[in-house]
Structures are given as structure tokens and as C-alpha cells.
Ligand binder design. Structure first.
Ligand SMILES: C[S@@+](CC[C@H](N)C(=O)[O-])C[C@H]1O[C@@H](n2cnc3c(N)ncnc32)[C@H](O)[C@@H]1O
Length: 172
């Protein structure tokens, strides 16, 4: 990440990843953050205010599948942390169909050398299918243009999370 970059936090939740991205893009950069829950938007806004970084972040209480309509230009990074809000309502989870729309939209804005990450959590209702489908979408990307790495933790549970990282290759 460089000063002045644009980035997406597609699932702001409690705002930890948003804050991380806001620090990285610097005062002239922008982070676009999405969450469907007012509670998550409020928690993230409070975290940014406490760190005096709110002016670099634009928050949308909206589904991340709408992200293409919300800003112009390319991004250097996009982070998706799927599932439910820790400490919140566990029935309000990301869903396979909108997640697939959103990751494809974010990838289409990713600049060469940029990175898109997706943390997937099998184990909760709908989580297994979402994890499988995102992984299979990533595995099917054109390897000429995208480098894909999938990290599986050996977990304490039968369904540990996975990190899917996709880099848009810079032209040679
Ligand atoms: C695991 S939490 C994110 C944690 C967050 N990255 C952090 O640092 O605290 C997942 C979040 O995704 C949100 N979410 C669920 N469906 C969504 C959707 N369609 N679009 C955007 N956010 C969504 C949930 O409301 C929840 O806050």
C-alpha cells in the first residue's frame, strides 16, 4: 500500500481492518467501507473518530455487492472478512451470491500489483457453501493475470478459517 491509494473494506464489522487500511493509505488516500448493519457502521465510525482517521474513510451502510456504484477509479487493496459480526447477531451473515458479486466487482477495480484478500469461515450455516464457492471462483481465475494463494489453518475446530489472497499481476 502507498500513500494516496484507494482501498476497500468490504465488511467493516468492528472496524479493525478499516483502521488498518486507513493508516496505510495516508492522509491523501481513501478507504471505502461497507456493512449492512448500522451497529457495525457505528462501531467503525467510533474507532476511526478515536484515531482521528475518519476523514480518509467513506462508510456505506450497504451490501458490498453495490460497491461498483459507490466510488470511481482503481484500488490497491480490498479486504473481505466474511461471516457474522463478532459479538453481534449471528444470523446476519454474508451470503454466497452477494459475496461472489462483490469479490468480482472488487477484483475488476484492482490495479496491477494490488491485493484482494478474503477470510472465509466454514462452520456456520451457509459458511461451508460460501467458503467452497469463493475458493473455487478464486482457483478458476486466469493465472496469466492473477496469482492466487489459499492458506488453510490447521485449526482447533474441524472447520478452521481460510485466507484466500489474490494478486493482480503487474505486466512484465
Ligand atoms: C467477520 S465480520 C467483519 C469483521 C471486521 N473486518 C473487523 O475488523 O472487525 C463480517 C461483517 O460482514 C457484514 N456483512 C454481512 N453481510 C454483508 C454484506 N452483504 N455486505 C457488507 N457487509 C456484510 C456483517 O454485518 C459483519 O459485520
Amino acid at each position: 500500500m502507498r500513500q494516496g491509494d484507494q482501498a476497500i473494506d468490504a465488511t467493516v464489522g468492528n472496524g479493525h481492518d478499516t483502521l488498518f487500511l486507513a493508516e496505510k493509505v495516508g492522509p491523501s488516500g481513501r478507504v471505502f467501507g461497507f456493512d449492512i448493519q448500522a451497529e457495525a457502521i457505528g462501531a467503525t465510525q467510533a474507532r476511526l473518530d478515536a484515531s482521528s482517521l475518519a476523514d480518509r474513510v467513506i462508510l456505506f451502510q450497504a451490501c458490498h455487492s453495490t460497491l461498483s456504484d459507490c466510488f470511481e477509479g482503481e484500488i490497491r487493496a480490498a479486504m473481505f472478512n466474511l461471516g457474522y459480526l463478532p459479538g453481534g447477531d449471528k444470523t446476519l451473515v454474508t451470503r454466497t451470491a452477494t459475496t461472489l458479486t462483490a469479490v468480482a466487482a472488487a477484483l475488476s477495480r484492482l490495479m496491477p500489483g494490488g491485493l484482494l484478500t478474503v477470510m472465509v469461515y466454514p462452520g456456520h450455516p451457509g459458511g461451508d457453501d460460501e467458503a467452497e464457492q469463493v475458493e473455487s471462483w478464486a482457483a478458476g481465475l486466469d493465472s496469466e493475470n492473477f496469482a492466487v494463494e489459499i492458506h488453510r489453518w490447521k485449526g482447533r475446530t474441524a472447520t478452521p478459517p481460510r485466507l484466500i489472497a489474490i494478486e493482480r499481476r503487474a505486466p512484465v
